[in-house]
Design a protein around this ligand. Structure first.
Ligand code: IVH
Length: 726
């Protein structure tokens, strides 16, 4: 047995191994699996327990911060849950050492910048389970407490997105709010409306005010998420643009909701699914049983969960959960489990809730597939802005039906924090089933010769000294002429998001850069037949033709292709609208004063404007634009260059209330495509206020400024091209 001042660490649940300690030696019983799979174990003195608890708390806090505040988690939910359980177990065993609470929902630090909203009813979370045994004991617990047999449950897929509460007043959508800390969440209405096609009016609601069966106030609860196909589309575009892909659809959905510019949100198509209720007035209109609740949501025209199963008893419950596990491969949305809910409302009430989760529901999480393999090397990829991304090169290992050879390592700090070393055996998981990531190290397999990883001090491509600061996780190569950066920049310039040069792919760019023929975008327009690799005659002809053609690409494509930080497609179009051509643009941003004058005209955020100014304050960038023009580049900047009539050129719009036919995102997109701008606030400079149902304070503001108010039909008229002579 352990001596008085030594203790055993808690059982590491995920590994499902039990260890028994006898004195200072230990004997262990393993339920299947190899010795190498074993989690670390030691006999620790109390001081070390204290340290372990502190370390676990810090680790959990670190991941809470990444998840809740930065929406950029670096470990899987399963790995996080494992940490939390380990901490809870330590704290449970040593209450005297547990002074700080480790629980509670992630609480956002309120910056005061975003409007917040207090939920009418608290938004709860769910307790989690990972095994058949845990699921069966959940059923047993309820049966025991209620004194009933063969209970009815509803089993639903667990959508992997963010919890959302949407309020309808008299059947009209008025607000969408995140869970936040469960009591108060962020008001994300604008971005939800911009990025989804959520019904603005409940089916059955009267056009003016309430109707029978429609609650005066209704909070519906659900999940906002990104479909896997949409996630793939966005990441493909990012890869093409030389930007790092997003790691998980959940993070991208979270990031989208926090955008300060709704047009960025509008460019990503999010979906919402509803599965429950919050506050409801009158309460009599809120269905009691879960099945009826889902049916009612559907009747109101709201999207609800895919294929909910109604089952009776523990066996059927387990079978239904497994069926979701099989089906989810074909779901178009990300799922990480199944949710089981006791059906009857009265029984739910009897079971009650804990401080953050109902006792009548449980999430069954499908553990992500995990494999163990050797980390052979860590390579560093240099992006177009010089940021280095570490990638783990692995001994090939099968995982989720594919062979994994590389995995994400995120950044320098994560490697150090988790002490990942070349030569280690690491666990590889499909984080959120999407991109394989290294989730941990099997320390028991570490051999003596395996040394701590030292992040290189020089760039792997150009050997120049890297910029590393302890405050920033990103490590950068500052050499603008670094061949890797040059390649990435050229890939971006010639991609379909840039001037779109067909046939000029990464391999050819690689060859042209390594022979020294091409260093800048301007060099592409200097290329001749003989500059291409020998024996590639046809390709050379084709690419040269495409290069020549690109001289007349739309101006916004050139601007976007330059890869100015913070200037995406929307920003590039905004800049293109205000400038006559490349040289004019370079002149406009030549110094701070002219740039400031321009800033007033261009519909771009302050940070982006500053980035544009910084970009052009560099003489080599000024020279690049002049070079391009000298080489015959004549970007097309006719009003129709974007493919749309510029009917609303220079006009400023503000939207208020819910439109009937168009979503806000669609209205915004149509106005922008026609050359207009959509702004959040009414000002003296606003030309039109588009008034939808339930528009509020903006009406009075518009009236005060004498702004023209139009409805949706009038907007459609403005968007219609006028016949000649009219
Ligand atoms: S019910 C009171 N049903 O999973 C019950 N939640 O890990 C509240 N989720 O906070 C939740 N799909 O954001 C429920 N079919 C589903 C769900 C679901 C996804 C999310 C939800 C919840 C989280 C808990």
């Amino acid at each position: 047995m352990a001596t008085p001042d030594t203790v055993l660490p808690p059982r590491l649940i995920w590994a499902r191994r039990w260890f028994f300690v006898i004195g200072f030696s230990f004997l262990w019983v393993v339920e299947g699996g190899s010795v190498n799979d074993a989690a670390e174990i030691a006999v620790l003195p109390l001081a070390e327990v204290r340290e372990r608890i502190a370390a676990l708390r810090a680790e959990v806090a670190h991941h809470d911060e990444l998840y809740f505040k930065r929406a950029a988690p670096v470990i899987s939910d399963a790995a996080y849950d494992q940490l939390k359980r380990e901490l809870t177990e330590w704290e449970g065993r040593y209450p005297a050492l547990s002074t700080a609470p480790s629980d509670g929902l992630g609480v956002d630090d309120r910056t005061g910048l975003r409007p917040v909203y207090r939920h009418r009813e608290r938004m709860l979370s769910l307790d989690k389970s990972y095994s058949e045994l845990e699921l069966r004991s959940f059923d047993e617990r309820i049966r025991r407490q209620l004194g009933r047999q063969n209970l009815t449950y509803v089993v639903e897929p667990k959508y992997d997105g963010l919890a959302l509460s949407v309020t309808y007043k008299n059947g009209r959508l008025v607000r969408a709010v995140t869970r936040g800390d469960g009591e108060v969440g962020d008001d994300v209405t604008t971005n939800v409306l911009a990025s989804t096609t959520l019904p603005k009016i409940l089916r059955g609601a009267a056009p003016t005010g309430s109707a029978q069966g429609i609650p005066a106030v209704l909070e519906v609860r659900g999940e906002i998420y990104l479909e896997l196909a949409e996630f793939a589309r966005i990441n493909q575009a990012r890869r093409k643009a030389g930007e790092p892909p997003f790691s998980h659809p959940r993070n991208l959905a979270a990031g989208t909701l926090q955008q300060s510019d709704p047009s960025t949100a509008a460019a990503r198509k999010l979906k919402v699914v509803f599965y429950g209720y919050g506050g409801c007035e009158p309460l009599s209109l809120r269905p009691v049983a879960q099945q009826n609740g889902l049916r009612q949501l559907r009747a109101w025209g709201l999207p609800t969960v895919e294929n909910p199963r109604v089952v009776q008893g523990a066996d059927a419950l387990w079978a239904a959960v497994q069926a979701v596990g099989r089906e989810r491969e074909n779901y178009p949305f990300p799922t990480d489990g199944a949710v089981v809910k006791l059906d009857e409302g009265l029984l739910q009430k009897q079971m009650g809730v804990t401080h953050q989760a109902p006792r009548w529901a449980l999430a069954y999480k499908f553990t992500p597939e995990r494999a163990q393999t050797k980390l052979l090397a860590i390579t560093l990829q240099v992006g177009r802005t010089g940021v280095l991304t570490p990638v783990g090169e692995l001994q090939p290992v099968p995982l989720s039906g594919a062979t994994v050879t590389r995995a994400s390592l995120y950044n320098r700090d994560e490697i150090a924090r988790r002490d990942i070393r070349v030569g280690d055996y690491v666990y590889v998981e499909k984080a959120g089933e999407i991109i394989p990531a290294i989730s941990g190290v099997n320390r028991s397999r570490r051999t003596a010769g395996v040394l701590a990883y030292v992040f290189p001090v020089s760039c792997p491509s150009c050997q120049s000294r890297l910029q590393q600061s302890p405050e920033q996780a990103a490590v950068r190569c500052l050499n603008r002429h670094c061949p890797a950066q040059v390649r990435r920049r050229l890939e971006h310039f010639s991609s379909s998001a840039g001037v779109n040069i067909a046939g000029l792919g990464p391999a050819l760019i690689d060859q042209l850069v390594s022979t020294g023929r091409v260093k800048t975008a301007a060099d592409l327009y200097r290329l001749r037949r003989e500059d291409f690799p020998a024996g590639n005659g046809k390709t050379a002809e084709r690419v040269l033709r495409a290069i020549a053609q690109s001289k007349q690409a739309e101006l916004w494509r050139f601007i976007h292709g330059l890869g100015i930080p913070g200037v995406g497609e929307v920003g590039a179009r905004a800049l293109a609208r205000q400038s006559g051509g490349l040289v004019e643009l370079a002149r406009a941003f030549h110094d701070a004063e002219t740039a400031a004058a321009w800033g007033k005209k261009v519909d771009l955020g302050e940070a982006s404007l500053q980035a544009v100014q910084e970009y052009f304050s560099e003489p080599s960038h000024q020279a690049l634009l002049v070079d391009l023009v000298a080489l015959g580049v004549r970007p097309n900047n006719s009003p129709k260059a974007g493919g749309a009539d510029q009917l609303l050129q220079g006009k400023r719009f503000v939207l208020t209330g819910a439109l009937q036919r168009l979503t806000r995102a669609q209205a915004t997109a149509l106005i922008m495509a026609a050359g207009g701008a959509v702004e959040a606030k009414v000002s003296r400079r606003t030309n039109y206020l588009i008034v939808g149902e339930g528009g509020g304070a903006k009406l009075a503001e518009a009236a005060a400024f004498g702004v023209t108010m139009i409805d949706e039909a009038q907007l459609q008229q403005l968007l219609r091209p006028r016949a000649a002579g009219q």
